[in-house]
Design a protein around this ligand. Structure first.
Ligand SMILES: [Zn+2]
Ligand SMILES: [Zn+2]
Length: 567
């Protein structure tokens, strides 16, 4: 605990209080105290312990208590208490230039938004611009503000990195003298967050390299180029930095493997190379020939993390990874009955067009007031609408699902009578994240005793680069999911990707069925599936282990078995 951490805590207290609509004098007291503490010349811990802090101008009794507790216990119970009531995403929104407390509260109250990711979506699809006192310009500023916050942290989400690198890849592919450009690095391995962007560019031969480097430096948007042997770093006006490995057709295979990584994977390959006595310094035009020379089948990039994939490949135990073509059902989407923008008929239309055989609509349940959760009396209305759509259109089947809140005591929102009317139930936690690990684990394990539960939704509640997972013992949860035959979701929202791929792999070992949930709130969210699929593949999953690969009857039977067994 240092001065800056204390200052940060006091500032957070002020921000939380302000968002909660507390007395402005209390808010200002913490803001003033934060500055005073940061400027304190002496030993803060000692001043807090002896009470000398109270004599510092700007520090009142409430602040002194907070600081004393911070040094004694490493945390502030006042802040913990506020965290229970104010979504931390709202505090982050305050860091966006131009968004003050009044606007953030308006966004939260009117749109039910409590994270940067959701705010970004609303700024993109017109919801934000439609709010009173906002407009298109403010929405645009918000979007840029969020992009700035992300970039300044140096890490970005997979889908942003993928789109960014793909833009650069296309620009470089159009340059004279470039025979081929491919995405490499963490994007190719489908990591959930990305720091570095890597490409491999192929030119005709050593003689052509200098001219190519010259052209790269003059490529559209490039403001800076730094070179070392065989690789250049390009900095773009947008702030994007891309590492480009330059190679020739003869060496492409090996260089693509090297540029893709991970470092652990490449090191393990080289060790195998030394053992096999094959020289990886020779020419290798494609990846397959490199792996083959080492006595291995080609290893999909998602698996190249240096965590047992070489051994599995050598023993013929590599999984046959699930592909988009295997997916027959589209799961976890919100309609205009809760916080989605899409009607039931539009979901059917869009999912049919995307090639799915069935779609499971899952609006929020009644406790999710923040998301306009479906009241029990609206359930019948929505089900009649789904029946009508199923009558009127062929080619796709709409299933009646719900994303029911797992309440603090572990019961599912609505209760058994209403839940009985749904084809399947996703159970998710959307509130009370602050429980201890033991309490949270007990809460989820209790929910799994309900025979209505088909799928456990976003099991840790994490928001990548925004919110840590809540404390939970996933090992226990996954073991119970396997025993009770409850599917566990890989939530495909690029901000969540929850289960994490490492735990998806563990789930597979335990025999848990995985469901890929789009968590889409508009038809644009259909593209989430590709991101979630990459995570499922990274978790070594095969088609048979993924719930969405079943046909509608097979999927319904999965949930039904639990209910009838319980009855
Ligand atoms: Zn949810
Ligand atoms: Zn959802």
């Amino acid at each position: 605990m240092d001065k800056q951490a204390v200052r940060h805590t006091l500032e957070q207290l002020a921000a939380f209080l302000e968002l909660k609509g507390e007395n402005p004098f209390r808010v200002r007291a913490f803001q003033t105290a934060a500055r005073a503490v940061a400027g304190y010349p002496g030993d803060l811990a000692q001043a807090a312990a002896t009470g000398a802090l109270r004599r510092l101008k700007g520090v009142g009794p409430a602040t002194a208590d907070v600081v004393r507790e911070l040094f004694a216990a490493g945390r502030s119970s006042a802040l913990d208490e506020l965290r229970e009531h104010v979504p931390p995403g709202l505090v982050e929104m305050l860091r966006i230039p131009g968004l003050g407390v009044a606007k953030v509260r308006q966004i939260h109250d009117r749109l039910g938004i409590d994270s940067l990711g959701e705010l970004e979506a609303a700024a993109g699809d017109g919801r934000l611009a439609a709010l009173p006192r906002f407009g298109a310009k403010t929405a645009d500023n918000v979007r840029r503000g969020i992009a700035y916050l992300r970039q300044s942290s140096g890490l970005r989400l997979f889908h942003h990195a993928r789109d960014e690198i793909e833009g650069v890849r296309r620009a470089l592919a159009a340059l004279d003298g470039v025979l081929r450009v491919e995405v490499a690095g963490a994007v190719r391995r489908h990591c959930e967050v990305i720091r570095e962007l890597d490409l491999v560019a192929v030119h005709a031969g050593e003689g052509a390299r200098a001219a190519l480097v010259e052209r790269l430096g003059r490529a559209p948007g490039v403001t800076e180029i730094a070179g070392r042997a065989g690789a250049v770093t390009l900095r773009f006006a947008s702030g994007t930095v891309v590492e480009v490995l330059l190679t020739t057709p003869a060496r492409f295979g090996l260089d693509w493997i090297r540029a893709t990584g991970s470092l652990d994977h490449v090191v393990a390959l080289e060790a195998r190379d030394r053992a096999a006595g094959v020289s990886l310094t020779a020419d290798w035009p494609d990846e397959e020939s490199v792996y083959r020379a080492l006595g291995l089948p080609w290893i999909p990039p998602e698996l190249r993390e240096g965590s047992g994939e070489l051994e599995a490949a050598a023993d013929g135990r590599l999984p046959r990874l699930v592909t988009q073509r295997d997916l027959r059902g589209f799961l976890h989407c919100h309609s205009n009955y809760s916080d989605g923008t899409v009607t039931v008929a539009e979901w059917a239309e869009a999912c049919a067009a995307a090639g799915y055989e069935w779609v499971g609509i899952t609006d929020h349940s009644k406790s999710a007031a923040y998301a306009g959760g479906l009241r029990a009396e609206d359930v019948a209305r929505q089900h009649a609408e789904i029946d009508a759509v199923n009558r009127d259109r062929t080619g796709i089947r709409v299933l009646k699902g719900v994303e029911a809140d797992i309440l603090a005591d572990g019961t599912l929102d609505y209760g058994p009578q209403v839940l009985d009317r749904f084809d399947f139930v996703i159970g998710s936690i959307h509130a009370r994240f602050g429980m201890s690990e033991a309490e949270m684990t007990a809460r989820v394990l209790a929910a799994m005793d309900d025979p209505h539960l088909t799928i456990l939704g976003h099991p840790t509640g994490r928001l990548l680069l925004q919110r840590e997972p809540y404390a939970i013992d996933l090992e226990q949860v996954l073991a119970k999911a396997a025993a009770r035959r409850i599917a566990v979701e890989v939530n495909a929202d690029p901000h969540r990707l929850d289960l994490d791929w490492r735990m998806a792999r563990r789930a597979r070992e335990l025999g848990v069925t995985i469901s890929i949930g789009a968590d889409a709130h508009s038809t644009a969210g259909i593209t989430n599936v590709a991101v979630g699929l990459g995570i499922a593949r990274k978790g070594w999953l095969e088609a048979a282990e993924v719930l969405n690969t079943r046909d509608a009857e097979g999927f319904l039977a999965f949930g039904r078995t639990r209910r009838t067994r319980a009855a």
